[in-house]
Design a protein around this ligand. Structure first.
Ligand code: ATP
Ligand code: MG
Length: 259
């Protein structure tokens, strides 16, 4: 679904992404791991249109999407999750889902003049859709709670829920598990797998928690110093000498020793 070719993103003289080439297969839950500063988030930002690349190309289903703005990519079904913005934290969870753009007629002037009935119908449909998403996420009981008042993990679920309000094809998740308790992390993992199986979503998931990666991701791509270093199952990359070396002192080994 996604092909990244020799992608570079430099900041001044610093090469955050330094010739990365990789592919994300349709229907996969692809993990993206690597030591801190490897360039994972920067790569996401370039793919998702938040940052222009210095050079290189990104293709989606064979079509060149390099440098397209986020709204155009959104239209193509390429989404990355965003934290619930501060200004929406006093709105309810349901309302936060209903805010996701998707051609609501109510936003167009023409329709506010001529289409009151249609707006009311669409609002009902949108509300029904939001409730269906909340149920899928097992957080129906939070529908009327302000989004700012739910737990960190529940907020992550809600962020994932926003991708369900539109017809997403591929969703990029950057550290959804950070600061989330085990139980909710399991719910998030289940939700990702269900969206993958039942709705055909492809995922690319950045995460430092190797249990989480091992549980849901295949393949796992390892990034180091701005490039793809290795790819395989979690067991394969854990046994890869170059990967171990890249992580020495920072990641995998220390993490495993600690758990
Ligand atoms: N806007 C920026 N200006 C300058 N340097 C940046 C900028 N964004 C990222 N960098 C640098 O690029 C490198 C890669 O950062 P990036 O956030 O992509 O790494 P990462 O793999 O996501 O790391 P982590 O696992 O810690 O989130 C880092 O050294 C970072 O300091
Ligand atoms: Mg990052």
């Amino acid at each position: 679904m996604i092909r990244v070719e020799n992608l570079h993103r430099h900041f001044g003289g610093f090469r955050a992404v330094d010739g990365a080439s990789l592919e994300i297969a349709t229907g996969s839950i692809t993990g993206l791991v690597g030591p801190n500063g490897a360039g994972k988030t920067t790569l996401f930002n370039v793919i998702a249109g938040a940052l222009p690349p210095t050079s290189g190309r990104v293709f989606m289903d064979g079509e060149d999407i390099t440098g397209l703005p986020p709204h155009a990519l959104f239209h193509n079904g390429l989404l990355r999750t965003f934290q619930i913005a501060h200004e929406f934290s006093s709105m309810s969870c349901r309302e936060n889902l209903m805010m996701v753009p998707g051609g609501q007629s109510g936003e167009q002037l023409w329709n506010t003049w001529f289409g009151r009935k249609r707006i009311a119908e669409e609002e009902r449909a949108l509300r029904a859709k939001a409730d269906e998403v909340l149920e899928f996420l097992t957080i129906s009981h939070l529908a009327d709670h302000p989004a700012g008042a739910v737990s960190g993990g529940q907020k992550k679920l809600l962020e994932l829920g926003r991708t369900m309000m539109v017809d997403a094809k591929i969703v990029f998740l950057d550290e959804v598990g950070a600061g989330v308790n085990r139980t909710l992390l399991n719910t998030i993992a289940d939700t990702i797998q269900r969206l993958n199986r039942e709705r055909g979503y492809t995922f690319c998931v950045i995460e430092h928690d190797m249990d989480f990666i091992g549980r849901i991701c295949d393949p796992v791509i390892v990034m180091a110093e701005g490039k793809k270093l290795a790819e395989g199952t979690l067991d394969e990359i854990k046994a890869n000498e170059q990967v171990i070396e890249a992580y020495l002192g920072t990641g995998l080994k220390n993490k495993e020793a600690a758990t």
